[in-house]
Design a protein around this ligand. Structure first.
Ligand code: SF4
Length: 148
């Protein structure tokens, strides 16, 4: 028994911290994609656990939410109509929300709320994702030319 509590505390201390989605997004914008990619649920059926399953998809496409508009303006214009979709996203399990966001980035979805982020809030992240892919492509090309 002696030291048991301390050992348990130490073991807990070693566990990775699972961030919330906004923390993962901030890390990605700073160049560290591992929290977002690392928490994304793998597999084909991730969307089965989504809180938006069976809901009206229009909820997630607020009229004035465009990629080039400021999120503050969208929030002012849309008001409380954003509450339902944002609350659903907030209730979505983190691995599902992470995967939802990653899929939106992969498909370059410009519109719609994903993982609690407005389209207007995802613009910077979409640019960062494209930059990441360009860099990965450049690394592959440079490795191939070195190998040739
Ligand atoms: S994060 Fe939001 S949009 Fe994405 S699956 Fe969950 S509820 Fe649906």
């Amino acid at each position: 028994m002696r030291g048991g509590t301390g050992s348990a505390r130490a073991a807990r201390g070693r566990q990775p911290v699972i961030p919330d989605i906004r923390t993962a997004v901030q890390a990605a914008l700073a160049g560290d994609w591992s929290p977002l990619l690392g928490t994304a649920m793998p597999g084909k059926h991730w969307a089965d656990n989504a809180r938006c399953t069976g809901r009206d998809a229009d909820l997630f496409f607020p009229g004035s939410d465009d990629p080039w508009i400021s999120p503050e303006k969208v929030r002012r214009r849309q008001g409380s109509s954003l509450n339902r979709p944002l609350n659903l996203c907030a209730a979505c399990p983190l691995p599902v929300a992470s995967r939802c966001l990653v899929e939106a980035l992969r498909q370059d979805d410009e519109y719609g709320i994903r993982a609690g982020l407005l389209a207007s809030e995802r613009s910077l992240l979409r640019q960062a994702w494209k930059q990441r892919r360009r860099s990965a492509g450049a690394d592959v090309a440079s490795a191939a030319s070195r190998a040739a």
